[in-house]
Design a protein around this ligand. Structure first.
Ligand SMILES: *Cc1c(COP(=O)(O)O)cnc(C)c1O
Ligand SMILES: [Zn+2]
Length: 416
């Protein structure tokens, strides 16, 4: 084997090389990618990384992809925004927003996971790639399949937001709406993956997909000057992103690229689909699956694949989890827009609302450095804001009409 990375069972530690395989054939536990850190260490230094292009491949040594399989797309390296106005609102003196609402090419952090998964799909010789999706993954697979010359089959719950449907089919992908929720869709995809030789990015390619999430953590550390924050707040669907940001920080610390320090991980869910946060709050050992009822469709996974690992990691980090109701999610979207000029989707509303609650509870403290992971773009979920902003009737294109209009405006008008 020439690669310096391979799959290993999370429970029995058996190594499986590199293959489209999600679970251990001995003990059925999930697989994850491990690296020979001595090989990584030779070239993975802050000085060298600083000279590389501003995209996820600047961390290539810690991604399971051969150079010839990468696409040239500049995925990732999104802004880490110092957010003092939002901080003032929530009660923090050191708050940052990791803004994946502007991730290239499809405006969510899922572009990162797909960049890694499709590169491996190509390496494994798949001609068809597929996924079960709550929306953002669908957009990312459809767009990047075009670049790799792969055929894309996308399976989604039939009630998905219109923008996420259109943002899939526009790329020429085959979209299969399923009359059911995400958990039904995902179960069907596992069966299809057994029957057809397709690369399912979140089924048989899942360990590779998950590694793409680490780049959020690498970027946060680099953008803080190769330093780890005290706290991160991360929205959870399947629970993969939050565990992989943790893995990223652990790998950087093991390499000596950052000073090791305890980072507390805080998970955010919607109250209408909160299997992981409920388990954290009620001190349960197991995740109880739920039937999702929430406007945060991108997080609506009732039976989270990595829920158990997310739960364990949150607990051992000294963090916590909370959830937000639909009205709180909408308020969270508005708060971020009004304070930082960032328009996020419902998942971002979940993150902001949850962070607000965690500051209120004193679990997040004002003087610690806290990073909020904003993972998707508000233009994809405008339905959630329908009715929030009343449209005013049109006026005639005459100055007199405007002056009359001005007389009726009740909010204070500045500059006159
Ligand atoms: C998929 C998704 C998440 C969470 O992803 P998991 O890794 O499954 O927990 C968070 N935010 C958005 C916008 C997503 O699309
Ligand atoms: Zn095993």
């Amino acid at each position: 084997m020439t690669e310096h990375y391979q799959l290993r069972c999370r429970e029995c530690s058996r190594a499986w090389g590199n293959a489209p395989l999600a679970s251990c054939e001995d003990c059925f536990s999930p697989l994850e990618v491990v690296y020979e850190l001595d090989v990584v260490r030779r070239s993975f230094t802050p000085e060298r990384i600083a000279q590389r292009p501003a995209n996820i491949w600047r961390y290539a040594e810690l991604l399971p992809v051969a150079p010839e399989d990468r696409s040239a797309l500049p995925v990732g390296f999104t802004p880490l925004v110092e957010s003092s106005r939002l901080g003032a609102r929530l009660g923090s003196h050191s708050l940052y927003v990791k803004n994946d609402a502007v991730c290239f090419p499809t405006l969510s952090f899922k572009d990162r996971v797909v960049a890694v998964a499709l590169a491996q799909a190509r390496a494994f010789g798949f001609e068809v790639v597929a996924c079960s999706s709550t929306g953002n993954l669908a957009n990312a697979v459809a767009a990047q399949a075009v670049i790799h010359g792969l055929n894309a089959w996308i399976f989604v719950p039939a009630d998905l937001e219109a923008a996420k449907v259109l943002g899939t089919t526009v790329y020429g992908a085959r979209l299969v709406p399923i009359a059911g929720n995400y958990d039904h869709v995902n179960r069907l995809c596992a069966q299809i993956a057994d029957r057809h030789r397709w690369g399912f990015v979140n089924v048989n390619l899942r360990p590779y997909y998950a590694e793409g999430s680490k780049t959020v953590g690498f970027e946060i550390a680099e953008q803080l000057g190769w330093r780890l924050p005290d706290n991160v707040v991360v929205p959870m669907a399947g629970g993969s992103l939050i565990t992989k940001i943790h893995k990223a920080f652990a790998e950087l610390a093991a390499l000596g690229v950052v000073e090791p320090r305890p980072v507390k991980f805080f998970g955010a869910q919607a109250s209408g689909c909160s299997p992981i946060s409920t388990a954290v709050k009620q001190n349960q050992e197991r995740i109880q699956p739920q039937k999702p009822v929430t406007i945060a469709r991108s997080l609506a996974i009732g039976n989270p694949a990595d829920g158990y690992y997310a739960l364990r990691m949150i607990r051992s980090s000294g963090g916590w989890a909370e959830d937000a109701s639909d009205p709180e999610i909408v308020a969270g979207i508005r708060t971020l827009a009004e304070t930082e000029g960032i328009f996020t989707e419902t998942a971002g509303g979940v993150t902001v609302a949850t962070a607000q609650e965690l500051f209120r509870q004193g679990r997040l403290r004002p003087d610690e450095t806290t990073v909020l992971c904003i993972t998707g773009n508000g233009l994809k979920t405008t339905d959630a804001l329908a009715g929030e902003f009343a449209a005013s009737p049109a006026i005639e294109p005459r100055l007199a009409a405007f002056e009359a209009y001005l007389g009726e405006v009740t909010v204070p008008v500045q500059g006159d």
